[in-house]
Design a protein around this ligand. Structure first.
Ligand code: PAF
Length: 285
C-alpha cells in the first residue's frame, strides 16, 4: 500500500487513474482499523479497480465535550492492515494539510442532520458533510463505501450526493458484529473489561425488539416497543438511554407503523462515559 499525505499528491494520482479508465472506490475512515473497516475495504476491493482508504481524524466533527486528543491513532498498525486487504493507497493526512490556515466553509444539511445523534452532537454532521465533500473532490471516487452502523451518517451522505449532484455511488456495508453481537466500533476500545459486558444491552434490545415486532406486524406497537427497549437498556447497571427511536431508514423521520424500512436506532451511554450507537431493520429476515 502506498501512503500519501499531501492533498496535491492524492488528487494528482486519482485524476490520472480516472483518465486511465480505472474505477475508484473510496473508504473514508478515521483510522484505528477494526474488522468493520476491513470489511468495508474488502467490499471496495470487489467494487473498484483502485481502492483508496482515507485516514483522517477530522477535528471539525468533534464537539467541545468530545476528546479529539484521546481518539486512538496508530498509522503503522493501520498501514499494515490496509496492506493485507490489498488497498492501493492510504491517504493519511492531518488538519494543517486538509484545512490550511484560513478555512471557512461548512456544508450543512438542514433536516437529516437534526435529531438522533445530531441532537446530542451539535455541529457533528456539518463536520462530516464538509470533510466527505473534500474527500470526494480530492479522490474522485466512482464509489464510496460507508458502514451502516452510522445510520444517520450514511443517510446524510446519500442526501448530500443527491442534493449536490456528486457522481458518486454510495454503498452501505451491513454492521459487522463481535461474536456476542456487539457492533464493532473504534469506541469499543474505551470500554474497560468490567464495562464490556454491559455494552451488550444494545444488541439485546435489538434482538428483543425484532421478536416483539414479529408478533405484532402492522399494529401500532411503537410506543410499547420503545418502552420495552428502554427498560432493557436501563436494566444494565450503569447504562443510560440517549435515544431510542423507530425511523424510516432513508428519511430518518419517525415511523407511525412498522414496515420493511423501519429501523430501530439506539444510542446508549455505558457507565456515563462511552457513547455507543447501533441500529437494525425491525422486519429483516
Ligand atoms: O465514519 C467515520 O469514520 C467518519 O465520520 C468519516 C466518514 C470518515 C468522516 O470523517
Amino acid at each position: 500500500v502506498k501512503v500519501i499525505h499531501s492533498v496535491s499528491d492524492i488528487s494528482r494520482l486519482t485524476e490520472d487513474w480516472r483518465k486511465g479508465g480505472q474505477t475508484i472506490a473510496l473508504v473514508p475512515t478515521m483510522g484505528w482499523f477494526h474488522e468493520g473497516h476491513l470489511s468495508l475495504m474488502r467490499m471496495a476491493r470487489r467494487l473498484g479497480t483502485r481502492v483508496v482508504v482515507s485516514l483522517f481524524v477530522n477535528p471539525i466533527q468533534f464537539g467541545p465535550k468530545e476528546d479529539l486528543a484521546a481518539y486512538p491513532r496508530n498509522l503503522e498498525r493501520d498501514r499494515a492492515l490496509a496492506e493485507e486487504e490489498g488497498v492501493d493507497v492510504l491517504f493519511a493526512t492531518v488538519a494543517a494539510e486538509m484545512f490550511g490556515d484560513n478555512f471557512q466553509t461548512r456544508i450543512s444539511l438542514s433536516r437529516v442532520s437534526q435529531g438522533l445523534c445530531g441532537a446530542d452532537r451539535p455541529g457533528h454532521f456539518d463536520g462530516v458533510a464538509t470533510i466527505v465533500t473534500k474527500l470526494f473532490h480530492l479522490t474522485w471516487p466512482h464509489i464510496a463505501v460507508f458502514g451502516e452502523k452510522d445510520l444517520q451518517q450514511i443517510a446524510l451522505v446519500r442526501q448530500m450526493v443527491r442534493d449536490l449532484n456528486f457522481a458518486v455511488r454510495v454503498v452501505g456495508h451491513p454492521i459487522v458484529r463481535e461474536t456476542d453481537g456487539l457492533a464493532m466500533s473504534s469506541r469499543n476500545s474505551y470500554l474497560s473489561q468490567e464495562e464490556r459486558p454491559k455494552a451488550l444491552c444494545l444488541f439485546r434490545a435489538i434482538t428483543h425488539a425484532r421478536e416483539f415486532v414479529r408478533r405484532a406486524v402492522g399494529e401500532p406497537v411503537i410506543p410499547a416497543l420503545i418502552a420495552e427497549v428502554e427498560d432493557i437498556i436501563t436494566s444494565y447497571d450503569g447504562c443510560s438511554v440517549e435515544y431510542v427511536r423507530v425511523v424510516d431508514r432513508n428519511s430518518l423521520s419517525p415511523c407511525q407503523v412498522v414496515d420493511q424500512n423501519s429501523v430501530l436506532a439506539l444510542a446508549v451511554k455505558v457507565c456515563g462515559k462511552v457513547r455507543l450507537i447501533d441500529n437494525a431493520l425491525l422486519l429483516e429476515d
